[in-house]
Design a protein around this ligand. Sequence first.
Ligand code: HSE
Length: 450
Amino acid sequence: MTSNLDSTGRSSAAGAQDGGRQDDCAQNCNVALVGFGTVGSSVARILCERSNTHLRLTHVLNRNVARKKVDWLPSSVQWTENIDDVLSSGVDVVVEVMGGLQPTEDWIRRVLASGKSVVTANKQLIAHCGPELIALARQMKQQIQFGASVAGGVPVISGLHEGLAGDELFKICGILNGTCNYILSQIETNGVPFATALREAQKLGFAEADPTEDIDGLDARAKLAILARVGLHCDVKATSIVARSISAIDAVDFQYANQLGCTIRQISWAELRPESNTKSKGDILFAAVQPALVELSSPLARVEGSKNLVVATGTYGGETVFGGHGAGGHPTAVAVVSDILAVARARQCGTSYAAQPVEKTPAVTADFTTKHYLRFLVKDRPGIIASLATILSHCGINIDSVLQKPGCPKPHLPFLITLEECKASLVDQALQQINSLDFLVQPCLHLPIL
Ligand code: HSE
């Protein structure tokens, strides 16, 4: 069977199910899938079930491939554990959804060098060496697309790269990790313990293989580094972006946040500001991934479950919002298949990926000036507030409010101090002294109020 275009320009169902044929018509695009986990199997499903594409899945590569084989893919698909089978085949596009840095990077380099294009969902890899891989793709007149590496099914990379190319963006902020958003929404709405919410996120296929990547903000900061490159044209290493964990957030924090008219979300923020310090010239990138209080009226507060939201702000166009499903097999697979289609289109037109120039290398800091939320868990005794207030006042920090839920057990008493606007570094300085005080049951939870 061949993939015939009908009068509407759609190909017949056969196209997606006819892997392995050598006599392709020009429109066919042979695809190899490297990785058959949650996202990989969803990509295969879409390629197999959608009848209006000219994409043909010809190879699936995975470790221990025998245990991965499914009966719903055409028998012509070649299952393999050997990348050389893919490299020596007539495949046009290799889809990398296995994750990790090695051997993935080596394989992608070999794929590009062998004259095939690449679609990848691997944010750690793109954050780590995206520019080098793009340069190699260009040199080989091939494509590398990574739309699924940020915000799952939300087309934010193409939105920044193409849709907003006419603006001069200076700020990108949002919710970039579906697992964290799911966990925080579950604690907020159903009062479930952190560990239960995490287990649910793992069951639903949102979480990374190692969920500390999600919880400690490492996943989101890789995505933020990619967005800063694509949208702000800044060469930023993911490791230069501060990432703070959501693991200390408790149900009581949502109760206190609510009293302040806020909720808590893991917020990724990258904002380019001109340097005001006369000693150094150029821009500064204020960037961090951290749990933060956001006003209940903000669009960020209304992001539920595993959804993501990105707000890009530009000099000319103002704010543009991208939102949708940021994690999970099917939404991420949609982004992957869209990228395969983009590669296939570009191959037909003979174009290669044109990355926008990454022209800025700003200093990166997380020293935001905001109001602050300090939640203490203490073994109660007289003089606690007095001790805290003394340290804060010595650091020149002004208290805004003090809140204490009545009726809490004295050995584990949670209460809250909010601070007027000041730099995060000043609060950290005060907390170094505060965290050694003997009445604390655990270190103070410090969150910015955005
Ligand atoms: N673990 C990631 C998340 C999956 O929760 O957002 C998508 O990158």
